[in-house]
Design a protein around this ligand. Structure first.
Ligand code: NAD
Ligand SMILES: O=C(O)C1=N[C@H](C(=O)O)CCC1
Length: 250
């Protein structure tokens, strides 16, 4: 049995994770903590893997504290930058247990992970690419972590293919062209009724490719969360790993 503690357990995602951990045959819930609870209650004695779904403003501190406490961490919270990731790597280098692991996924839904993968494959073949992410209006960050990840992957694939800047004659922009991430324009929609959705648009003269992923319900993230818990608990992924694609045979 893998002993799993959940941090952010009362949140929209955390509460689903508690149910998923309780429902799986090979995982058991250790502690379910939320804001105001004492993170030091989590120890290697009671917990194999912590699942962290909180808010971008606190996630880094939680992860650094948990690494110091000697437990492996699976993180779904967004807001990760290269600088924050470097802090996690540094903490892991000083971790009390050998081969400790932190796994961070911008998105645990298979549809989103595949959309990201297909976008990477498509990117070298198109002159233009833009990302539109659409989410529920209670989301606190924009653009989504997933959209940033997708845009960075497209930017990297374009650079590797020797592609230059995208065509764009815009001279005046009050914000309508979105945020530019790694040379890719990213647009964020917040709409009551939505959950988590992403569209990647690719264009050439006379043609367009659209890749779209729709997560209608938060249960769509749970198989990915459990997969990450199992992979991390197996001890085969020491150090920092970012992206569920590392656990899939893509
Ligand atoms: N990776 C993915 O697949 C995925 C999917 C959905 C959401 N997310 C991300 O997960 C995060 C959480 O989303 P949500 O919709 O569950 O948000 P939410 O606001 O519903 O839940 C966040 C929870 O964290 C708790 N919290 C705040 N500060 C805390 C602290 N210091 N210690 C412990 N708990 C604390 C809050 O009380 C709340 O219960 C966001 O960053 C979101 O973008 C990621
Ligand atoms: O609901 C959210 O908030 C989501 N956040 C992640 C992101 O920002 O990419 C994943 C999708 C859902």
């Amino acid at each position: 049995m893998i002993k799993v503690s959940v941090v952010g357990a009362k949140g929209r995602m955390g509460s689903h994770v508690v149910d998923a951990v309780n429902g799986a045959a090979d995982t058991q819930l250790a502690l379910a903590l939320d804001a105001g609870d004492d993170l030091t209650a989590i120890t290697p004695d009671n917990t194999d893997v912590v699942v962290e779904f909180t808010v971008p403003s606190v996630s880094l501190d939680n992860v650094l504290a948990l690494v110091k406490q000697g437990v492996d961490v699976v993180v779904g919270t967004t807001g990760w930058t290269d600088e924050k990731l470097a802090q996690v790597k540094a903490a892991l280098a000083e971790a009390p247990r050998e081969n400790q692991a932190v796994f961070i996924a911008p998105n645990f839904a298979i549809s989103a992970v595949l959309a990201d993968h297909f976008a990477k494959v498509a990117a070298p073949y198109f002159e233009s690419a833009e990302v539109i992410e659409l989410h529920h209006p209670t989301k606190v960050d924009a653009p989504s972590g997933t959209a940033i990840h997708t845009a960075q992957a497209i930017g990297e694939a374009r650079r590797a293919a020797g592609l230059g800047d995208m065509p764009d004659a815009t001279e005046t922009d009050g914000g309508s062209r979105g945020q530019v991430v790694d040379g890719v324009h990213v647009h964020a929609v917040r709409l009551r009724g939505l959950n988590a959705h992403e569209e990647v648009l690719f264009g050439n003269a006379g043609e367009q490719l659209t890749i779209r992923a729709d997560s209608f319900d938060r249960i769509s993230f749970m198989p990915g969360v459990l997969l990450a818990v199992r992979k991390v608990a197996s001890g085969s992924f020491p150090g920092l790993t970012v992206g569920l694609d590392h656990f899939l045979d893509l």
